[in-house]
Design a protein around this ligand. Structure first.
Ligand SMILES: Cc1ncc(COP(=O)(O)O)c(C=O)c1O
Length: 504
């Protein structure tokens, strides 16, 4: 039986596909006098050279020699050689090397076709007709989680509960589309608020057992809007060093004093809280569950410290809402601190239907303040009705029963225990993010490629997405996977692990 999961869309050419296609690039400093050819020959194995050649042909780049693009690229201060950390086997997905990741903005040694000149990628783009920059591969298709009939099983989406393909969720989206239209052509405070927006905000607050909630176009926006609206230059924010990029960016936007504590290190947080006593207000900001490792913030300890040092607690629950805790309320439910976490931001784009949208939920006056001051709320379009309809139905399903949550938890347990029994090290505990720790970037990339050949879609993550030497394949379990799917994934890992020497 094929179960089409609209949420199981493979990622675009972002950091993940970047890492996957073997170009989790590092830039190696080369002393100005060192021979470029020597550096090149070390850094471009032959299979990469042929891959690069065919990629360049398909992208329409005219380079004098096949290896020309590995010539040192200059920035103002020094000479750098762009080098891949791992190889991209022929036939793997190809992405535009200048468009994403660390190459962005650097000079590219290809010129407009035939010109032989060096120009920036931006100028090169201007010089050509717009068009496709990367070839369609698996990432351009819907990936279908299928059972034993074959096909590709997606184990790398944030579709933890499988609700993006739930028939009732899809039906609710269609109904909202028909009843309320395609979109509002407006921000919320002009004419972008319909009854369904208010209803969903009330439902979110009810789900989290908070006073009120405010919707944003995304959780990235919720994080961008919160800190600036809430904190002044007299305040302080204390942030886990591994917090999500959107929290980091949100904090950058505010004028409060910034303290960064070591990942999950409560002694370090306490020291920073003591230092921050001189400020008017303190806010501790953390991810509830960290997406690279599947580890969980020690919220009990954080809340205890916050209460001792007079701080508010903010938690980003993107990788927890809907499935962590006995009824899926999140990390605060899991750790029994629902009454101590003041502010929660989360997304509709993962477990709650997987489309898009984010929110803040917390005290009523805070939500009122955000409606007045949060810039992404004030200056960006309101969420389209279809998205609202899907998310609203997803919450209904979760509030009716926690069967889906339990099903996902059981499958997570099945995967983790079978993989550990087979000899793999899985980071984190209990979370459906199950990073299979491999250490070596090339190993992670090549194993992920071989998994795909066996019908399992997973992604290898390496530096700079994760620390050097901590490359891994991040597997994400979904309630929509069957037990047979989980077993198929484990079997493929064992086979591929043996093939590459990751298992004896
Ligand atoms: C922890 C965390 N916060 C925020 C976001 C942004 O969420 P959204 O996709 O709704 O913008 C993400 C998405 O990856 C995330 O993982």
């Amino acid at each position: 039986m094929h179960v089409t999961s609209r949420g199981h869309r493979a990622p675009g050419p972002g950091a993940e596909s970047w890492a996957r296609c073997g170009l989790a690039a590092s830039f190696t400093r080369r002393s100005p006098g060192a021979p470029a050819a020597a550096a090149r020959s070390q850094r471009w194995p032959s299979c990469v050279a042929s891959w690069r050649r065919s990629w360049k042909e398909s992208a329409g780049l005219a380079l004098g020699r096949a290896s020309e693009s590995s010539r040192p690229v200059k920035d103002r201060a020094s000479t750098w050689t762009a080098s891949p950390e791992v190889t991209a086997p022929p036939g793997s997905r190809r992405t535009w090397p200048g468009g994403e990741g660390p190459f962005r903005g650097l000079r590219w040694s290809g010129g407009p076709a035939g010109s032989g000149r060096t120009c920036t990628l931006g100028h090169w783009l201007l010089s050509r007709p717009s068009g496709r920059l990367w070839l369609p591969g698996v990432n351009s298709n819907l990936v279908k989680p299928v059972s034993s009939e074959g096909g590709i099983l997606n184990f790398c989406a944030n579709n933890y509960l499988g609700l993006s393909s739930h028939p009732e969720v899809i039906q609710a989206g269609l109904q909202a589309l028909e009843e309320f239209g395609a979109g509002l052509s407006s921000v919320r405070f002009i004419c972008g608020t319909q009854s369904i927006h208010k209803d969903l905000e009330a439902k979110i607050a009810q789900f989290h057992q908070r006073e009120d909630a405010i919707l944003y176009p995304s959780c990235f926006d919720a994080n961008a809007g919160l800190f600036e609206a809430l904190l002044t230059p007299e305040d302080a924010v204390l942030s886990d060093e591994l917090n999500h990029a959107s929290i980091i960016d949100g904090i950058r936007l505010c004028k409060a004093h910034k303290y960064r504590y070591r990942h999950l290190d409560m002694a370090n947080l306490e020291a920073k809280l003591q230092e921050a006593q001189k400020h008017r207000l303190r806010l501790v900001a953390t991810d509830g569950a960290f997406s690279m490792d599947g580890d969980i913030a020690p919220l009990q300890e954080i809340c205890r410290l916050a209460s001792r040092y007079g701080a508010l607690v903010f938690v980003d629950e993107c990788h927890a809402t809907g499935f962590l805790g006995a009824t899926g309320r999140g990390t605060d439910e899991l750790l029994g601190v629902m009454d101590q976490v003041t502010i929660i931001n989360s997304t509709l784009g993962k477990a709650l239907g997987g489309a898009s949208g984010g929110y803040t939920t917390g005290p009523g006056p805070l939500v009122s303040l955000l409606r007045q001051r949060a810039r992404p709320y004030l200056f960006s379009n309101s969420l389209p009705p279809a998205v609202i309809g899907c998310a609203s139905k997803a919450l209904d399903l979760l509030m009716e029963s926690n069967a889906i949550v339990q099903s996902m938890a059981a499958k997570t347990q099945r995967f983790r225990s079978k993989m550990e029994a087979a000899g793999f090290a899985i980071s984190g505990a209990h979370h459906p993010i199950c990073p299979v720790m491999l250490g070596d970037a090339r190993l992670a990339s090549c194993m992920a490629d071989d998994m795909l050949k066996r019908g399992i879609f997973v992604i290898g993550f390496s530096y700079p997405v994760v620390p050097k030497g901590k490359a891994r394949i991040r597997v994400q379990i979904s309630a929509v996977h069957s037990e047979e799917d989980i077993d198929r994934c484990v079997e493929a890992f064992v086979e591929v692990g043996r093939l590459h020497g990751a298992l004896p």
